[in-house]
Write a protein that binds this ligand. Structure first.
Ligand SMILES: O=C(O)[C@H](O)[C@@H](O)[C@H](O)[C@H](O)COP(=O)(O)O
Length: 249
């Protein structure tokens, strides 16, 4: 069931997400020791990260109990500005008291993309040993996802049919012709078995894609974000009014 959180503008959007995350993380940590959080790439999360890295949010989250992962990354060196992990460290992780051993970056140096995906799969299997795609075991506590103006999410891009429908591995790699780079990405099963998924989508340029993803014909090969359907978890859409202009909510 989609849960919508629509904010007036980008600034209010980041605050809405931050407030919700503080409450959600605190609630889950009342009954468990750790919180597994998947960060999204792209530009949308930057302001959210910067908000969380400052007061009052910084002291409201028990950072030492959070384990960090990425939904995908561009297969470029860490010091390349296109690298999602680099952005996350610069805007958040370098500014809050995280436990270094609980931050799981997708390797993009001194390894091939396929081997990086295999290495990440091993980390995921160590965290979620009982996960079985056909079962009901929960994986991550929260997966933050962006959505491109073409309806892609993670690195599941339109036309990348085998990656979109991949169910045998938890993490895979692909060659993205239009960006002339490899990508490493989680596949939909491990995301769809998480306790909660939160799409973060702002901007008028996302109106058409959001309308198609939410209200158009189901066609994940064309609109890959449609493949994200939590089995038992919550599905949240954090939007600004600009992006939400084309949907009934
Ligand atoms: O590595 C990436 O690019 C992301 O994981 C990707 O899925 C992103 O979330 C969307 O492209 C939205 O990006 P923006 O937030 O920049 O619009």
């Amino acid at each position: 069931m989609n849960q919508f959180h629509i904010s007036e503008d980008a600034a209010a959007f980041s605050k809405t997400v931050a407030d919700w995350m503080v409450a959600y993380i605190s609630k889950r940590l009342e009954t468990q020791d750790r919180f597994t959080l998947v960060l999204s790439g792209g530009s949308t999360p930057k302001k959210l990260h910067e908000l969380l890295a400052g007061e009052p949010y910084k002291s409201k989250i028990d950072w030492r109990r959070i384990h960090f992962f990425w939904g995908d990354d561009r297969f470029v060196p860490f010091n390349d500005d296109r690298n999602n992990a680099k952005m996350a460290f610069e805007t958040l992780l370098d500014h809050v008291p995280v436990v270094k051993g609980q931050i799981h970056v997708m390797q993009t140096e001194n390894i091939t993309a396929p081997d990086s995906a295999k290495a990440y799969e091993a980390v995921l299997k160590a965290y979620f040993p009982s996960f079985d795609k056909s079962g009901s075991a929960t994986t991550f506590d929260l997966v933050l996802l962006g959505m491109g103006d073409d309806g892609h999410t993670l690195s599941l891009f339109p036309g990348q049919t085998s990656v979109i429908h991949e169910t045998e591995v938890l993490c895979t790699s692909l060659w993205l012709e239009q960006q002339e780079m490899h990508r490493v990405t989680l596949t939909h099963p491990i995301v769809n078995h998480s306790a909660a998924v939160a799409f973060l989508v702002i901007g008028a340029n996302k109106v058409q894609a959001l309308h198609e993803v939410l209200e158009g014909t189901y066609n994940p090969d064309k609109y890959p974000s449609q493949i994200i359907k939590p089995v038992q978890g919550e599905l949240h859409w954090f939007l600004d009014q600009a992006a939400a202009a084309g949907i009934k909510h």
